[in-house]
Design a protein around this ligand. Sequence first.
Ligand SMILES: Cc1cc2nc3c(=O)[nH]c(=O)nc-3n(C[C@H](O)[C@H](O)[C@H](O)COP(=O)(O)OP(=O)(O)OC[C@H]3O[C@@H](n4cnc5c(N)ncnc54)[C@H](O)[C@@H]3O)c2cc1C
Length: 326
Amino acid sequence: MAVQRTGTVVGEALVAPGLMRFRLMPENGNPFAGYEAGQHIALHREDCKLTRKLGTGQDGKPVYEPECDPWGRQTVGPITCSYSIASSPADTAEHGWLEFLVGCEHGVYGLPGRLNEALFGMVEESSCEVRYHDSISGAFTLAERTDSATSVLLVGTGTGVAPFVSMIRQLHAAADGSDERRYTLIHASRTQPELAYDGDLFEIEGAGRFDFTYVPTVSRPSQSKDLDPRIGQGRASNLVRHIYGLPTGEEEKLTRASNDVARVAASLAVERLVSPILPRHLSAAALRERVDPSATVLLACGNPASVADIKSTAARREIRFEQEEY
Ligand SMILES: Cc1cc2nc3c(=O)[nH]c(=O)nc-3n(C[C@H](O)[C@H](O)[C@H](O)COP(=O)(O)OP(=O)(O)OC[C@H]3O[C@@H](n4cnc5c(N)ncnc54)[C@H](O)[C@@H]3O)c2cc1C
């Protein structure tokens, strides 16, 4: 069984409502195990508000409700989940900590995630301790997933950017001019603050220590006043479609709608669509050449629906595809 240790949160920043970056120091005298960029670790808290399955919703998905004791108080207990590491091995070697990007979403039925709510509730007065498994695992690494590809396209949605931030930071730290690969990172979030790492990633791109193009995009541009022209618009899946010369998923659904109900739903989706627009300094043609299907491996991580759409684009363009199971 994995040994559990107790770490302490040292740097915690709310980058946007419901989105937090934090750093975890290891238990005294026990540095974190060595790891590769793209791997994950299991985190654990004992003070999670527990839920229980109530039934199944109309969409076929399970519905949960708070689990309460006989006095009506929500029961509290242990939950363990995996989290991708956003720091690079070089960061950890220098500073000792691991960094994480964690989102606290309230699901369809209004319940926050059990562990994420506990992580968001950490305050010094109670406890900033997080238990962790003393082993770091996962095969979502450049060494395991990219073989001889000369171009690597990384696509992250929301917190799914974390493993890619680790990879890009490590490539930057270790760059010695010998890596001839092209690395392109598309990261989509709802708003600009939720990009969370845009400052760091623009800096790494600007330093030019390896061949890296950063393509941030927001799916709710109307919520960002004076959107930075270096940031694109639209969802990651539609940006990938745009680069590879395909219509958006919404437009395609409308074209394929086979009855009136499907046509009305698809028309509404097209009306609400935020069309994909690349950052002002990038063209679809130049990016298409950069991520040429025959030379590229596409790695995706994040929202399952988005990742499924990106996978179908990869299949249509015969691009080798790899994903992290979130
Ligand atoms: C390899 C990997 C890497 C990951 N990296 C990250 C990361 O970097 N950042 C990040 O934020 N997340 C990451 N995740 C997701 C993370 O592990 C958690 O699943 C997520 O944070 C939600 O955990 P939670 O306990 O807060 O939510 P849960 O309480 O499990 O709730 C999440 C959803 O599950 C359902 N649910 C509610 N109660 C229950 C129940 N009793 N049993 C089962 N399901 C329930 C609800 O639909 C809810 O919306 C990663 C997952 C994997 C596998």
